[in-house]
Write a protein that binds this ligand. Structure first.
Ligand SMILES: [Ca+2]
Ligand SMILES: [Ca+2]
Length: 415
């Protein structure tokens, strides 16, 4: 592991110098890469200082940006950030030139989910709230409610119009919320579910992604050890909760550790109904992870269908098309990212679509299932890139400029 090149990349972006400029979760991800290759205690200490220094803040003034075009057909909603300032860009998928940039401020560390015609922005550590945007009203904020300072929300999953669950990375309790509570947020928090019983030795289970399927809530628990630099503990698991009673009814132990599907969420494969989970283990090792399917109904992890060794990198995001056709973002030992096409049946890489020495964050399949979107944060040409699923060809010679560099992309259906 060449930790120096990683540090150089960070310094180039100014993240170390700026202290809190780095999204803490990202820093942690890099920390795991770096620490596994480092022997020097001082480096570990400075990293922990950086993490501690980033645990507060979050008030961001608003400056007006572009006005989004009228909603027509499917739009791409892109969370953007330079890790100091966050915002979003919007464009119709059929008219990517009509991009509205820097529309409103978001927290600098945020991901988006779409549900019931609204965009829910999960403003993570330092923001510590959920923000509902209404695409039909020019993406105006309908409400923005706290999930507790320093709790670091990571995902929101919906059970009913008035009931959703928010995972909190810095807490042992999952939050039950009412998305219909209104702008004053008075009735927003409905309760909590204690997952401490499933935590590793440090008492926090590192709850991450969540989804509701057939009356059950599934929550990935990374179970990283904070006393050992966020290294994976003995196992990672998926907590299963009955949404009628909010009782913890089981846990599905994963084949590997450290499930890492942060921007994509935990989405069932439309063909099989199974969850596709990528598990990176330690980012500094390329022999301890892979991608597996988890059968939610049978509560069973099916084992890696492709491994880090097969693909030559940690799989930090994955999109499956069919049995022979899938895409992944791979992160190698030198912290270089690549977007590859791979054949899950043959368990091998068949094409490389993009590469960069910056962290490529998110690949997402457009609703037409014909186009792959990539948030490319490379310094020279940041932007959203699109590739045809049919032949992997890039759809335009230049990335779509989103103002601030893109982080997470989701799709909003038109009226
Ligand atoms: Ca832990
Ligand atoms: Ca690994």
């Amino acid at each position: 592991m060449d930790s120096r090149s990683l540090r150089k990349a960070e310094l180039r972006r100014g993240s170390i110098a700026r202290g809190c400029g780095v999204a803490p979760r990202r820093l942690r991800a890099r920390a795991r890469v770096r620490l596994s290759g480092l022997r020097a205690p001082s480096a570990r200490i400075s990293l922990l200082v950086a993490l501690a220094a980033c645990s507060s803040g979050g008030v961001e003034d608003r400056t007006p940006g572009d006005t989004p075009p009228p909603l027509a057909g499917t739009s791409a909603f892109v969370v953007t950030t330079d890790f100091q300032t966050g915002s979003f860009a919007v464009f119709p998928v059929l008219q990517p030139g009509a991009v509205a940039k820097n529309v409103e401020r978001l927290h600098s560390d945020a991901v988006a989910r779409v549900h019931g015609g609204l965009v829910y922005v999960v403003n993570r550590l330092g923001g510590d709230n959920v923000q509902a945007l209404d695409p039909a009203a020019g993406y105006a904020t309908r409400w923005q409610c706290s999930v507790d300072n320093g709790s670091n929300p990571h995902d929101i999953a919906f059970a009913a119009p008035d009931k959703a669950y928010v995972t909190r990375y810095e807490r042992a309790t999952l939050l039950i919320v009412d998305p219909t509570a209104g702008t004053d947020c008075a009735r927003f928090v409905r309760g909590t579910i204690d997952l401490a019983a499933l935590a590793d030795g440090d008492g926090l289970p590192e709850m991450d992604q969540a989804v509701v399927i057939d009356g059950k809530l599934y929550v990935t628990l990374q179970r990283l050890d904070r006393r050992n630099f966020f290294r994976p503990s003995d196992r990672s698991t998926i907590a299963v909760i009955d949404v009628a009673t909010d009782a913890l009814v089981g846990a599905i132990d994963l084949t590997g550790t450290n499930p890492f599907t942060e921007t994509a969420g935990l989405v069932p494969d439309p063909a099989t109904g199974k969850l596709v989970v990528n598990e990176v283990g330690e980012l500094g090792r390329l022999d301890d992870g892979g991608v597996e399917r988890v059968d939610p109904a049978a509560m069973r992890a099916e084992g890696f269908f492709v491994t880090e060794q097969d693909l030559g990198g940690n799989v930090t995001d994955v999109v499956t098309i069919d049995d022979q056709h899938a895409y992944a973002i791979l992160l190698d030992e030198a912290a270089r990212s690549r977007v590859v096409r791979f054949d899950p049946a043959a368990r091998r890489v068949t094409n490389t679509l993009a590469a960069g020495d910056e962290f490529l964050v998110d690949v997402a399949l457009a609703p037409d299932r014909a186009t792959l979107y990539l948030t490319d944060r490379t310094l020279k040409r940041p932007g959203v890139r699109r590739f045809a699923i049919a032949d992997d060809a890039e759809l335009a010679p230049s990335p779509i400029d989103t103002g601030l560099p893109p982080f997470d992309v989701v799709f909003v259906a038109g009226p």
